[in-house]
Design a protein around this ligand. Sequence first.
Ligand SMILES: Cc1ncc(COP(=O)(O)O)c(C=O)c1O
Length: 392
Amino acid sequence: MTSRFDEVIDRIGTHSAKWDKMESLFGVSPDGGLPMWVADMDFRPPACVQEALQKMLDHGVYGYFGDDVAYLDAIGWWMKERHGWEVDPASVFTTHGLVNGTGLCIDAYTAPGDGVVLFTPVYHAFHRVIRSAGREVVECPLVLRDGRYEMDFDAYDAMMTGKERLVVLCSPHNPGGRVWSRAELKGVAEFAKRHDLILVSDEIHHDLVMPGQKHLPMALADDGVSERLVMMTASTKTFNIAGAHTGNVIIADPDLRARFAERMGGLGISPNSFGLHMATAAYSPEGAAWVDELTAYLDGNRRVFDEMVNAIPGLRSMPLEATYLAWVDFAGTGMSAEEFTARVETEARIAANQGPAFGQGGESFLRFNFATPRARVEEAGARLQKAFADLQ
Ligand SMILES: Cc1ncc(COP(=O)(O)O)c(C=O)c1O
C-alpha cells in the first residue's frame, strides 16, 4: 500500500538547509547524496496548512499579526485533545522557535557565569545558546542501561556546586528518543526543587511518538513543579513547518511569566504571521489525523532503518520511543570517529549529525534523520551496508 509520504519531492535549490547546505557542511553533494542530518522532514504538511497559506497569498497583504484568539484556541484544543493538558491562554508566549525560547529563558532567569544543567547527550543547540550567553554548561551524563538512556539522580546531586540556576530537559529526548516515564519526570522535578533550579522542558517532539507510546507533559507529572516550570512546545516539528520559526513558551507561574515577558519585550519579539496562520490550521482534527498517519509511517521507516543498520556487525541503532532521529552507536566497529564518519560521508554519501556535538556520551555516535520517503531509507541502509561490508 502506498502512502502520501512515499512521494519523492525534489528540494534541491529551494533554500532548504537540509539539502542546500549539505555540501558546504558535510562535503556530500546533494546530487546523489542523502541528507539525514537536521531535523526537518521531506514531506509536505497537511492540506489544511497549505490552504491557510493559500488564503494569505490570495489576500496578498502581509502586515503585522494581531488578534491571536483563534491561535490560542487552537493551542488549547490541541494540548487538551492530544496530551490531556489544559493550557491557560494567558500563559502562552509566541517566540521565534524554541531555540529562541531557550535563549530567552537563559537571559531572563540566569546571570553570566551561572550553571545551566543538561542531561547529555542532548540536542546540540542548547550547548551553543548557553555558552554564547556566557553561562556554563553543566553536563549530567545519561546512563546507558539495556541499550537505552536513563537518569542517575544520585550522581547528578553529587555534581551540583550551588552555581546552577536552570535545567533544560528534552522530553521526549533528542537524541535517543526516550519518552520519559512519570517516575523519571517526577525525578527531574524533584531534582530541580532540591537544587532550586528553574526547569525548562523542551517538548518539541511531543507529537512524534511511536505507536503505543504516550508522552506525558512535565506540567502534569508533578503537582508542585509549576512554580519553577517553563513548558516549550511547537507545531513546527510536528507539521514540518520549521521555517516558520514559531514556538510556544507556556508559563503558569505569574512571577516567571513577568520576567519572561520583560525580556521578550526588551528584544522586540513579536509573532511571525505566516507561522501563526499555519499553526492555527494545523492544530485541528485534520492535522491530528495527518499526525497519526505520519507517526505510523515513521515507525515503518524506523523498522526498515534499524533492521538494515543492526545487520552490520559493530553498529547498533538505539530503539526509539519517539522522534525520527536514529542514534547509531559505532563503538563496536573499533574505528575512530574520523574513520566511521568518513566512511558514512564519502563512501555512503550520507550527511548525518556527528555525536560529539550532543555532548558527553555522544563520541561514538552518528544521528540519522529518517523522515524521508521509505525508498530513501532503504537506499541509506543499503549504502551503509556497502560502506561497512568488510565487517560482515
Ligand atoms: C529538542 C529540540 N528543541 C528545539 C529544536 C529547534 O527548535 P526551533 O526550530 O523551534 O528553534 C529542535 C530541532 O531539532 C530540537 O530537537
